[in-house]
Design a protein around this ligand. Structure first.
Ligand code: 6PG
Length: 235
């Protein structure tokens, strides 16, 4: 693991362009099967729209999500739905390469078990090999309370080292149950990046970058880690 890199952009649009360029470059670095782990929240949406304009080899890109709200696929709160509308509906990615966290199940526990199975089958092994990262790029957000994915401060899911995917209680708005990848899985990547924008994040960003114990600061990717932030978030 290398030291984290901090990239500061003048505003949210510049941040979106910078992050989309970064992801496109990482995709093009890999001549084989590419796996991207995307995130929900409001910050990535603009970046997804920029990424949709990039001429990328979509036929060899697979899409996963780091967490999902336990709502039907068509619900406006769905992270996958937002990503479909901003990005995936606009690019020639094969349907079979889109791997949303299933939510039409008996509950978040069943969703987590099914997604864990899907990830292991894609990876081709039951145990993560440190020399073989699962994802090329993992995109992360950070909540005002320091959560990332649906790993909330003080939650038992923070200490999960065996399960790849678990159910989570709603830690903050929207107050719906969640399904989330765990740290070892989010960390199994070549590159990891956080997108953080807006003055509302400034106080927490300062603490997390100083290494205070919040979920976003606990993420220790095997590959490189970059923080893409706007000036408001570092104000
Ligand atoms: O489902 C979710 O809510 C997210 O995956 C969550 O972890 C998000 O990334 C952060 O809360 C930041 O969200 P914003 O970009 O909206 O601030």
């Amino acid at each position: 693991m290398e030291a984290a890199e901090l990239k500061i952009f003048p505003d949210k649009d510049a941040l979106a362009r910078g992050a989309a360029d970064f992801i496109a470059a990482r995709v093009l670095d890999n001549p084989g099967r590419v796996a991207l782990c995307l995130t929900g929240g409001s910050t990535p949406e603009g970046m997804y729209k920029v990424l949709a304009t990039k001429p990328l080899p979509w036929e060899r890109i697979h899409i996963f999500w780091g967490d999902e709200r336990f709502v039907p696929a068509g619900d406006p709160l769905s992270n996958a739905r937002m990503t479909m509308r901003a990005l995936l509906d606009k690019v020639p990615v094969p349907d079979a390469h889109i791997h949303p966290i299933p939510t039409e199940t008996s509950g978040p526990e069943e969703s987590a078990a099914l997604y864990e199975k899907a990830l292991k089958s894609f990876y081709g092994a039951e145990v993560l090999d440190p020399s073989k990262p699962l994802f090329d790029v993992v995109l992360n957000g950070m909540g005002d309370d320091g959560h990332t994915a649906s790993l909330f401060p003080g939650a038992p899911q923070l200490n999960e080292r065996l399960r790849w995917v678990v159910a989570a209680e709603p830690g903050m708005e929207p107050r719906v149950k969640r399904v989330t990848l765990t740290f070892p899985v989010l960390e199994s990547c070549r590159s990891s990046l956080f997108l953080v924008a807006g003055a509302g994040k400034a106080a927490m960003l300062k603490k997390v970058l100083a290494g205070e114990d919040f979920p976003a600061a606990r993420l220790k990717p095997r590959g490189d880690l970059s923080w893409f932030v706007d000036t408001a978030a570092v104000s």
